[in-house]
Design a protein around this ligand. Structure first.
Ligand SMILES: [Zn+2]
Length: 142
């Protein structure tokens, strides 16, 4: 009796032996109800399956639309980014050029300011522009 299949068979036989007509009728009614209800359930399932399928396909369409939109957005964003980076590069170039120009200007200004050397008109000596008179000949430098 330790064999599970033998035990199952014994239980089945006992269930069959205890079944009288009443329980059999009850069982059959229950089965028919179950069938009916299972048909209903199946129909409901089918409906819901259809609905689910429609929803799914709609969802997929919506999603693909959204994805298309997202792709478009991404593409336009990428374009915008590219334009922005181009502009940024231009601006950076401008800034660099401006900086280079202003640097040149600064160096020119530095040369034009203190430290600039001018030539004395009288003795042709190099005289610091900060000097008012030529230290060589005393010529007025301004
Ligand atoms: Zn001089």
């Amino acid at each position: 009796m330790n064999d599970p299949s033998a035990l199952g068979k014994a239980l089945e036989e006992r269930a069959r032996s205890t079944q009288n007509d009443e329980t059999k009728a009850l069982y059959e009614r229950m089965m028919s109800q179950m069938d009916a209800s299972s048909d209903k359930v199946a129909a409901a399932h089918e409906k819901s399956a259809d609905r689910t399928e429609r929803m799914f396909s709609q969802g997929m369409q919506a999603m693909s639309g959204q994805q298309q939109g997202a792709v478009d957005v991404e593409r336009s964003a990428a374009d915008r980014m590219e334009r922005m980076s181009d502009r940024a590069m231009d601006q950076m170039g401008n800034v660099a050029a401006t900086r280079a120009r202003s640097g040149q200007g600064e160096s020119v200004a530095t040369q034009a300011g203190a430290g600039k050397v001018q030539i004395c008109s009288k003795c042709k000596q190099k005289v610091d522009s900060a000097e008012n008179f030529c230290p060589n000949c005393g010529n007025k430098m301004y």
